[in-house]
Design a protein around this ligand. Structure first.
Ligand code: PHE
Length: 350
């Protein structure tokens, strides 16, 4: 028995040194220590030995086991190292991690902010959850006024505040107008660009329930409609390029007087209303797309912001960012919902 153990040790050590792969090493381990492995069988036969030699053999068996396990472990490490050094080629080009980029809406926001910062507008972000007072009442839309129907709204199921009314998800960035007047302690000049998320319960080709608007507000002495027109023209030139056209249509908003709607010719059919194959343009239908509203600030709104409407006048405009971005040349996008679909194949194109 003594000899058998010594032999097993010597032959196994020799075998280990010749091994070249992990698989063979595992196989060897099982051949020795598996349930019917050579060492296991020897160990099992110890109880059959005369009582007086058992302790000595037991001790030797333990020692052999330790030695062999150690040798297998070391061999395993060597094989691993060999595998690594073999593959390590420092001149080999590394696999680059996937690199993302900003979402197109974020990029549009940055671009828009930059354009308005150049002409002295302050960049603000007013609230997504707002009081009825800021979203409607202070904007000359008293309760039950039919104009409120134009701003379908998510109401928050909480008791109303005695002075500010119901809590809502802000349906437009105009909710920031009176907030900005208050933030400036009602002391013009006001020159703000307010960019925020807005919410209305609509879901179709041109609407998502959450969208972004940017709202311009200027209040100062002697502000008139030519300043509004000049600012809109400046923005259209900077953002869309000189080849795109805008037009103003008379409109109605409670918080501006007079009010307009600003349109731009469709970037998909380029104002024709029809595609090259003769089909109606699915996106615009008429060749023109509404960007959003604009107008001269209503005296009632100045009053709500505690600004003297005898001394001061102002203009405001509020447009959807998604829509505005899609009107930009080169962006032939005919379903606004794709922007929030999280399909990387779509998003990585921009
Ligand atoms: N708040 C209006 C809307 O969401 C747009 C608007 C802003 C109109 C400012 C006039 C002045 O439709």
């Amino acid at each position: 028995m003594d000899q058998k153990l010594q032999q097993l040790r010597n032959s196994t050590i020799k075998e280990i040194s010749g091994i070249k792969s992990r698989v063979d090493l595992n196989r060897l381990y099982l051949k020795i220590f598996g349930s019917s492995g050579e060492f296991t069988l020897l160990l099992k036969s110890i109880p059959e030995l005369p009582k007086e030699v058992r302790p000595k053999i037991g001790k030797l068996a333990n020692q052999v086991k330790k030695e062999l396990e150690q040798a297998i472990l070391i061999k395993g490490r060597d094989l691993e190292k060999g595998r690594l050094t073999e593959k390590m080629d420092v001149t080999f080009p590394a696999v680059l991690p996937p690199l993302g980029h900003l979402h197109i809406v974020t990029k549009a926001i940055e671009e828009i902010v930059l354009i308005f910062e150049k002409i002295g507008f302050n960049n603000r972000h007013y609230r997504e959850i707002e009081w009825d007072w800021y979203a409607f009442e202070s904007l000359n839309m008293p309760k039950n006024h039919p104009a409120r129907d134009d701003f379908e709204t998510f109401y928050i199921d909480e008791p109303p505040s005695p002075s500010f009314g119901q809590m809502v998800l802000s349906p437009h960035t105009s909710s920031g107008q009176v907030r900005e007047m208050e933030a400036l302690k009602s002391r013009p000049p006001v020159r703000m660009i307010n960019i925020a998320k807005c919410y209305r319960p609509n879901w179709d080709l041109t609407h998502t329930p959450m969208f972004h608007q940017f709202e311009g507000l200027v209040v100062d002495k002697g502000i008139n409609i030519t300043h509004l027109k000049g600012t809109l023209d400046y923005f259209a030139r900077e953002f869309f390029g000189s080849e795109r056209k805008t037009r103003l249509r008379p409109f109605h908003f409670q918080f501006t007087e007079p009010s307009f709607e600003v349109d731009i010719n469709c970037g998909i059919c380029l104002g024709k209303g029809k595609l090259e194959n003769g089909e109606n343009c699915r996106f615009c239908k008429s060749g023109w797309l509404e960007l959003g509203g604009a107008g001269m600030v209503h005296p009632e709104v100045l009053k709500a912001g505690k600004i003297n409407s005898q001394d001061y006048t102002g203009f405001a405009f509020g447009w959807g960012i998604e829509r505005t971005y899609m009107m930009k040349s080169g962006t032939r996008l005919d379903d606004i919902r794709l922007l929030y679909g999280n399909d990387i194949r779509f998003l990585e194109q921009f």
